[in-house]
Design a protein around this ligand. Structure first.
Ligand SMILES: C[S@@+](CC[C@H](N)C(=O)[O-])C[C@H]1O[C@@H](n2cnc3c(N)ncnc32)[C@H](O)[C@@H]1O
Length: 226
């Protein structure tokens, strides 16, 4: 098998980290400096799709549903959300690293079927936290996959998302019965408890990296009551 070749890199705004895009034959990987392994790999995306399925499963028949995805990565979560929601839905994707959006406009975007070209998809090039703090829009689903779990990794400012204040803000940004789904490399009972204390009904799902096989990841699914 050919070795991985680095084809581009990009600084992560607001941090000292850098993302690199690598290619091997038709496969792509995104890595982050100082972290072992891939942040994303185009051959393993089942849990990224499950994030959307578990977060959006009630939205197929809801008119004008609004979904927030953070971040874009390789677009698998976005593509899965678009497969579920209706024609009238709006799916906003926040991506912190401008080059990730650029990469998705090129060959990398083909991995998930170029979901950014869907007319229901709207890219916000910037921090998902800025959208969450913006008072205007409310969402039926918020799908978060910006770190490896409920602690900052890509950028230190992401830590806010998992604090009581961050979770309260997310709660307020959801419409009644809205769901926040959070991808994590591991389970975390303390975080489940924190979500419950915020007022959510919570379930932590174990999902596999590939259908029926591969590493086990956790998706926290937290629903706001009616
Ligand atoms: C693991 S990848 C997401 C993978 C994605 N679920 C998929 O299906 O391909 C994490 C992404 O979140 C982005 N990101 C990290 N922090 C962010 C933030 N605060 N706001 C928006 N995007 C962020 C990263 O640049 C990266 O593209």
């Amino acid at each position: 098998m050919d070795p991985w070749t680095q084809i581009d890199s990009a600084p992560v705004p607001g941090s000292d980290s850098e993302l690199t895009l690598l290619q091997r034959d038709d496969d792509f990987a995104i890595r982050i400096s100082d972290v072992q392994g891939d942040l994303m790999n185009s051959r393993m995306y089942h849990s990224e799709e499950m994030l959307a399925e578990l977060g959006c499963n009630r939205l197929g028949t809801i008119d004008n549903a609004r979904v927030l995805v953070g971040g874009l990565g390789m677009g698998f979560t976005l593509a899965a959300a678009l497969r579920i929601v209706a024609a009238s839905a709006e799916v906003i994707v926040a991506e912190l690293v401008p080059k990730v959006v650029e990469w998705n406009q090129g060959p990398l975007g083909l991995c998930a079927g170029r979901p950014i070209d869907d007319e229901r998809a709207h890219i916000h090039q910037g921090d998902v936290i800025a959208l969450l703090k913006h008072p205007e829009k409310k969402f039926d689903a918020i799908l978060l996959d910006v770190d490896n779990g409920p602690e900052a990794m890509t950028a230190s400012a992401n830590g806010w998302l998992y604090t009581r204040e961050g979770l309260k803000t997310i709660y307020q940004k959801l419409r009644p019965e809205g769901i926040v789904a959070i991808w994590s490399v591991r389970s975390d009972n303390g975080f489940t408890g924190k979500l419950k204390k915020t007022g959510f009904k919570v379930r932590a799902h174990t999902v596999r990296a590939r259908p029926g096989k591969g590493s086990r990841h956790t998706i926290f699914v937290a629903q706001k009551p009616r």
